[in-house]
Design a protein around this ligand. Structure first.
Ligand code: ATP
Ligand code: MG
Length: 413
């Protein structure tokens, strides 16, 4: 779990501001739900034999002996909250959330135990149009962030539960005959979660899979039509994608469309956003049958990518416009000036020097603050209603101006 230090926060703020404004521009509304849920919720939604539930959850008994878990992802809590508050019945909802998620993983670059996601979920729409809208929206986000050249889209369809069951059997039959050649993890998954073998990182397992039955040959015609329609919309929107028949996702609730956005620029932890359709989950958790589709994006990985390609404008990191220096016995007048200025310059970022000191030492602090200008109030200025404006980053003459003119100048920064 890592601390976020002030020097890193501009990248996070840049990302968060862009994501929020984009989601809102597509009609998504924010929802917030607890970091803790009953353990059972995650077991029932994500699936008992997934990596997350088997070995990644922070789970303990509370004082009542009830098993609770720090949320490892957002979809389950979002569905629980939506259902419990009556948001999902016979209505279309576009929801977004952001915040910390927790998984007990081996920490490495782009993989933490407390990490942060933006998530969005759409309820009540079953057609391919919303799947495509989500993907086009995310493609727009990459453009807004200036990282579109570094991220590729992979899509797949998982078909219906029946189609997957049939495929699962065919895959198990094929792999059982070659069990000895599989990596250890995949051998274990053969019983518990064989589709996850498609996702194996072992090159030997991957080459065995080259000759294995292909999921696409088992997909039902409705799911196929749905998928073709999603792809057609992506084509017409000019969103480039690759169809990856081995893309399965690590959570049990997905069916039909699934997708991942992947970058080559971060080494092994390359998936920055992932999601898909989960039409069965709301009902499985006790609601009415409700089609749904959504995604989660990993903020740490996106920040790493933004920083790696230098996509965050310098202006985002600039902390201050002005630093107010008060020399001599002028403290209360400088204070009055600064409050007047703040009231009349609502965008201004200004820091007042506190604690006194010589002109020289205050100017040193002004310089180190990275502010554009120093506003100097000495005894002469205080007596005449003026402020001296000194430019700290540009070669420009110092000016002596009445407070009202300083306000005008600051509003033009
Ligand atoms: P991975 O294959 O990288 O383990 P996942 O399939 O477990 O990812 P999801 O549950 O789909 O991940 O979560 C969505 C996104 O959240 C991921 O694509 C990734 O960007 C981010 N993410 C997931 N786990 C972590 C983690 N431990 N640390 C940082 N980011 C993470
Ligand atoms: Mg994972």
């Amino acid at each position: 779990m890592s601390d976020l230090l002030p020097d890193q926060s501009p990248s996070w703020q840049f990302l968060e501001a862009k994501v929020q404004s984009l989601l809102q521009s597509y009609g998504y509304r924010e929802i917030r739900f607890p970091l803790l849920e009953s353990t059972d919720l995650f077991k029932r939604s994500i699936g008992e034999v997934t990596d997350i539930v088997e070995k990644e959850m922070y789970t303990w008994l509370d004082r009542n002996g009830e098993s609770i878990t720090l949320r490892p992802e957002g979809t389950a809590g979002c569905v629980r909250a939506g259902e419990q508050n009556g948001l999902l019945r016979n209505q279309v909802r576009r929801l977004w959330y952001s915040g910390a998620m927790f998984r007990y993983e081996r920490p490495q670059k782009g993989r933490l135990r407390q990490f942060h996601q933006f998530g969005a979920e759409v309820f009540g729409l079953e057609g391919p149009d919303i799947d495509a809208e989500i993907l086009v929206m995310i493609a727009r986000l990459w453009r807004d962030l200036g990282i579109h050249d570094h991220i590729n889209l992979q899509v797949n369809t998982l078909g219906t539960a029946a189609a997957r069951a049939e495929y699962r059997q065919a895959l198990v039959d094929y792999l059982l005959a070659r069990k000895a050649d599989l990596d250890e993890d995949s051998q274990r998954r053969l019983d518990s979660n064989p589709l996850r073998i498609l996702d194996s990182k072992s090159s030997q397992t991957q080459s065995l899979l080259d000759q294995a039955p292909c999921l696409h040959d088992f997909i039902d015609s409705e799911s196929r039509q749905h998928f073709d329609a999603v792809c057609a919309r992506l084509d017409s929107a000019g969103v480039v994608y690759e169809i990856n028949p081995r893309l399965v996702r690590g959570l049990d609730y997905y069916g039909k469309t699934v997708f991942e956005w992947v970058t080559d620029s971060l080494g092994a932890q390359g998936t920055v956003c992932a999601g898909g359709r989960y039409d069965g989950l709301v009902e499985q958790l006790g609601g009415k049958p409700t089609p749904a589709v959504g995604f989660g994006m990993g903020e740490e990985r996106l920040v790493l990518l933004l920083d790696a390609v230098g996509a965050v404008p310098d202006s985002v990191g600039r902390q201050l416009d002005a630093y107010l220096v008060a020399v001599g016995d002028v403290g209360h007048i400088a204070f009055e000036y600064s409050e007047t200025i703040r009231s009349q310059c609502p965008q201004l970022r200004m820091q007042n020097h506190c604690g006194g000191g010589s002109f020289k030492s205050q100017m040193k602090k002004a310089d180190r603050s990275n502010a554009e200008i120093a506003l100097i109030v000495g005894e002469d200025e205080a007596a005449t209603g003026n402020i001296s404006v000194k430019y700290l980053r540009e070669k420009k003459e110092q000016q002596l101006l009445p407070v009202a003119d300083v306000v005008k100048l600051l509003n033009q920064l």
